[in-house]
Design a protein around this ligand. Structure first.
Ligand code: F6R
Length: 369
């Protein structure tokens, strides 16, 4: 049932192009417009939404952090993202014009369920993004957009995460489409490029051997840091989470701009630091800033592992290891940038002899608060 792979996690990483394609299937019309018929919240209600709040846990929370960038950019609706376990205890401000998006692979995370119940009690509309048909979270929501990753068996989430990102992009683009924004042309173009992402993910998977080799060489590292900016920041958090849960190693993700506010003190000779580099096209200011960050940490002895777009030559002199990812629209980059980090964590954990499908102390669905 592992389809020839040693672990479910490897199988699920490999299934990502298909999972992404399946999640897009039937949702992009022949005219290039999105049709999200299953989202049973009428367009008239969606036009009135004045705030979006995303609640989720763990990896699903990281998908939510990325969604915030897409939603605010394409819809201009303010969006907050919060770990579900914190949400209801701070008496959040919610009303009928708030759209709460609950993201959950299993549909059974108790923290997320309790948060969504609280949101509905306050009159907010709840849209679930979920991978498990008929599970509790979609049943208790006003609407659901299913991710079509197929069953995810490995405890560490991989393909479900990529499909959560796709679902979040679809929601953001759909809201942009329904409400009309100045980004109309960009939205049309991104929808077209979204359809191309399964091939891009496949291309990343085809070039992972050097990443595996690097991961094996780092099996004795004490700690690994991950840096990113913009949507690369949540990708860094996700890379660190994967390494913690699978390799039982200290790993931490930071916004690269925060380095100088403290974490740079952690940099010492030989410390591996993974840097997710934003595209040099588009918001290129960010690109230049991260190149400076890479120089700063390297000057202090860090061993830099740089994940950068094809054709980005500016990073080459400062990269001890360079991982190339395909060019994508800026906001879609997490779909390709996350994959090498998953492979890295999986391989490093395997090199340490860990059981990657069943990491210690963890359960696939967390049904206690
Ligand atoms: C990490 C992981 C967990 C889950 C979290 C939420 O690899 O799998 O962090 O993402 O427990 O689970 P769901 O999405 O089922 O609510």
């Amino acid at each position: 049932e592992k389809g020839g792979y040693d672990y479910f996690m490897l199988k699920e990483i490999a299934e990502q192009p298909k999972a992404v394609a399946d999640t897009l299937l039937g949702r992009i019309g022949a005219d290039g417009q999105l049709t999200l018929d299953e989202v049973r919240i009428p367009d008239s209600v969606l036009r009135e939404i004045d705030k979006i709040v995303i609640i989720a846990c763990g990896t699903s929370f990281h998908a939510g952090l990325i969604a915030k960038y897409a939603i605010e950019h394409w819809t201009r609706i303010p969006c907050e993202v919060e770990v579900a376990s914190e949400f209801r205890y701070r008496d959040p401000i919610l009303d009928q014009q708030t759209l709460v998006v609950a993201i959950s692979q299993s549909g059974e995370s108790m923290d997320t369920l309790m948060a969504l119940r609280h949101a509905r009690e306050q009159g907010a509309k709840v849209l679930a993004i979920c991978n498990t048909n008929g599970s509790t979270i979609p049943r208790e929501s006003d609407a659901v957009l299913y991710t079509h990753a197929g069953p995810e068996v490995a405890v560490a989430s991989t393909k479900a995460f990529l499909t959560q990102l796709v679902a979040c992009y679809l929601v953001a683009l759909y809201l942009g489409q329904v409400r009309g924004t100045k980004w109309g042309d960009e939205i049309t173009e991104v929808i077209r490029q979204l359809a191309d992402m399964p091939q891009q993910v496949e291309r990343v998977l085809d070039t992972m051997e050097p990443v595996r080799e690097l991961a094996r060489s780092l099996a004795d590292a004490r700690s690994v840091l991950f840096l990113g900016r913009h949507v690369g920041y949540p990708v860094a958090l996700e890379g660190a989470l994967k390494l913690k849960e699978l390799a039982y190693m200290h790993a931490e993700g930071f916004a690269a701009g925060e380095l100088k506010h403290g974490p740079i003190a952690l940099i010492e000779e030989g410390l591996p630091v993974v840097v997710v580099v934003p595209s040099p096209r588009g918001r290129s200011v960010l690109h230049d800033k991260i190149v400076s960050n890479i120089q700063e940490i390297r000057a202090r002895g860090a061993r830099t592992i740089v994940v950068a777009e094809e054709g980005d030559e500016a990073v080459v002199p400062f990269a001890d290891h360079l991982v190339r990812i395909p060019r994508t629209p800026v906001l879609l980059q997490p779909l390709v940038a996350t994959v090498p980090l998953q492979v890295f964590a999986c391989e490093l954990a395997t090199a340490k002899g860990h059981e990657v499908d069943q990491p210690r102390n963890l359960a696939k669905s967390v049904t206690v608060e």
